[in-house]
Design a protein around this ligand. Structure first.
Ligand SMILES: [Zn+2]
Length: 281
């Protein structure tokens, strides 16, 4: 998908890494989730329990439990036996030397950024959790969602850094979870759709951050603000001034800009989406 033509792409300007930006916080937590493989639980099998009843207890399908306890392929669970229980439906996979998130994404048909986030935003893991079981993965909720109605800045800005996989100065791939839109310090930042302000806070790499919930599993985030324009819990309309461009946190680019994100709710948390696909043209 091409960016609207008024955005001049600043090519070759891939600068600092901001690990905090590629994350999927559940609810409004904004640091990276713990890698799914570090969140396996141990289940001691009790008398009378079956594979199906154990899986149901953790809202999993039996196949996911078998994936983490291969002995169950040939043997029913025995009382006293300890089973490993994954946090979501899925499986474990070994990453071949030199393998990338993009390779895994292609191999398993899952978005690379989702894999990256569910595995704790690790750079080069040897073993990863692959979420989903064939036939069970649902697309993100789209019901009643009509897209964003308002650009987050009044004037058409220059796009400094696009959404998606970018290379840092050392040539390492990193995931940029939003758009960096150039704007002078102090420029008003506008709510991009009706909603409710659910976070007004200083959040690590994001700096001064405002998060707006638009309902139906969609939210927008406005980062590196210099000043806030709204209190938390405030209902806003598209176009409401929610803050002002600043340089707080750890911006990905040096020139002053708004870091703007669109996220949708998924079983793995709030997943970053390409804002260009949601903004009005
Ligand atoms: Zn950014």
């Amino acid at each position: 998908m091409r960016a609207p033509k008024f955005w001049a792409l600043a090519l070759g300007l891939s600068l600092g890494i901001s690990p905090g930006q590629a994350q999927t916080p559940p609810a409004i937590r904004v640091e990276c989730p713990q890698p799914a493989l570090s969140r396996l639980r141990r289940h001691p099998v009790k008398k009378g329990q079956t594979l199906v009843s154990i899986a149901a207890q953790y809202q999993l399908v039996p196949e996911s439990v078998v994936n983490f306890n291969p002995q169950l392929k040939t043997q029913a669970p025995r009382p006293g036996q300890i089973l490993l229980i994954p946090p979501f439906n899925g499986q474990r996979a070994t990453v071949p030397p030199g393998g990338t998130w993009q390779d895994l994404a292609q191999q398993y048909g899952i978005r690379a950024d989702l894999l990256f986030e569910i595995n704790g935003c690790q750079r080069q893991p040897k073993e990863v959790f692959i979420p989903g079981i064939a036939g069970l993965t649902k697309p993100p909720k789209a019901a009643n969602y009509t897209g964003l109605t308002q650009f987050p800045l009044e004037a058409a800005p220059q796009l400094l850094l696009d959404y998606g996989w970018q290379k840092d100065a050392a040539g390492q791939a990193f995931f940029h979870s939003g758009l960096d839109l150039a704007a002078p310090l102090g420029t008003p930042v506008l709510a991009s759709a009706d909603g409710v302000v659910i976070l007004v806070s200083q959040e690590g790499p994001y700096g001064y951050l405002v998060v707006i919930d638009h309902g139906n599993g969609w939210q927008t985030r406005y980062a590196h603000l210099g000043r806030f324009g709204v209190p938390v819990d405030q209902p806003v309309r598209a176009g409401t001034v929610i803050g002002y461009v600043g340089q707080t946190g750890r911006p990905d680019m040096t020139p002053p800009h708004l870091h703007f994100e669109v996220r949708s709710q998924s079983p793995a948390g709030w997943m970053a989406q390409d804002p260009k696909l949601h903004l009005p043209r």
